[in-house]
Design a protein around this ligand. Structure first.
Ligand code: GN1
Ligand code: MG
Length: 346
């Protein structure tokens, strides 16, 4: 019973209404609405243990990150963990599931896509770029070793390709025959799409703590279309700046949803707006090689998503939440199409 879970975190559960919330692909999320005036709403999540097999380590990472940010930029609105009444960072139920509570930012909104008015969209996107850039800037002094790699090789292209290869070989749900075109496209792009891995291996690009999931809907906006709070800190881990810059562009420099294969395209004004925002706060400290290689970030991160969605399709949709049997395929097709478009950067 969800009420029993909520009762681990608050005193008076009868004042709360519990409703499923949001469009995350991974966890089960609920808005806990408080009917008593003056008391804040909350956001409850059941951690996906298939994706995060070590929830305790995950929560430890989040605590380290949020505490660090609080000490670094104390006057800024940001995400923080609401402990259980016993003071723990999560509640583990009898089934072994892990639950956590966050504040619900009633005045702020997450958007899956930038605003439909193109002028407003550009304002939002530039601000999102700046918010994600600021996030990486604020975490610069947090030593890389402090954060456990809870999802090792998360954005390592060669590892994602190995996973795809294994799924092709297993063909566990008999779908490989349908995706010949997608597989050839993945193969064709390998030489360019593995450059980032190589540069990281050669230590030409520095390891930095980054967010690793800078989707457009992972930053909250105020009513003036300004990005205020970066959310979804599950993947804050050692990585490189290209991961955040690239995944931000993947989801902000577009005009259609992640699975809209027919409609999806790159909007270069949006691309430039995100770039301006991101660089406005990071250009002081990025290395010349990082800046020079940024154009490969969006195609590479988009390609990774294409490979991951295709892998999940071939494995029978076990990782991402889907709205039907074809959604992962459509997502894969859309992302592979976008990756090629990003490679055409003028
Ligand atoms: C997942 O949880 P959510 O929806 O913000 C995924 C990201 C993908 C994204 C694709 C832990 O993010 O890596 O880019 O879906 N998170 C994890 O939409 O795998
Ligand atoms: Mg999210």
């Amino acid at each position: 019973m969800l009420e029993n879970i909520v009762a681990q975190f608050v005193d008076n559960t009868q004042n709360y209404l519990i409703r499923p919330f949001g469009n995350g692909h991974i966890h089960d999320t609920y808005r806990i609405k408080n009917s008593e005036s003056g008391k804040p709403d909350l956001l409850l999540q059941k951690i996906n243990r298939e994706v995060f097999p070590e929830p305790e380590k995950l929560m430890e990472n989040i605590l380290i990150t949020t505490e660090f940010l609080k000490s670094r930029v104390p006057d800024t609105q940001q995400l923080s963990v609401i402990p259980t009444r016993g003071g723990a960072a999560f509640f583990k139920d009898d089934a072994g599931d892990y639950w956590r509570m966050y504040p619900f930012f009633t005045d702020l909104i997450a958007y899956d896509l930038p605003h439909e008015d193109p002028a407003v969209a550009l304002i939002q996107i530039e601000s999102a770029g700046a918010a994600f850039g600021q996030f990486a800037t604020d975490l610069r002094e947090l030593p890389v070793e402090k954060i456990a790699p809870v999802l090792p090789d998360f954005h390592r292209v060669t590892w994602r390709l190995e996973q795809l290869q294994a799924a092709i070989q297993a063909d566990s749900v008999d779908r490989v025959a349908e995706v010949g075109r997608e597989i050839s496209l993945v193969k064709k792009l390998i030489p360019k799409m593995t450059l980032l891995d190589a540069w990281l291996d050669m230590e030409m690009i520095p390891r930095r703590i980054c967010h690793n999931d800078t989707k457009f809907n992972n930053v909250l906006f105020d009513e003036n279309q300004q990005a205020k709070v970066v959310i979804d800190l599950d993947t804050v881990m050692p990585g490189c700046i290209h991961f955040d810059y690239g995944d931000g562009l993947r989801t902000a420099a577009v005009t259609a949803p992640e699975d809209a294969v027919e409609r999806v395209t790159v909007d270069w004004d949006r691309y430039d707006a995100f770039h301006r925002g991101y660089l406005s706060v990071t250009k002081e400290w990025l290395t010349p090689f990082e800046v020079e290689t940024l154009p490969l970030a969006a195609p590479t991160l988009t390609y990774i998503m294409g490979v991951r969605f295709l892998t999940d399709y071939l494995q029978g949709d076990t990782y991402y939440k889907t709205n039907g049997p074809l959604q992962n395929l459509r997502r894969a097709q859309a992302q592979l199409k976008l990756a090629q478009l990003f490679l055409l950067k003028p």
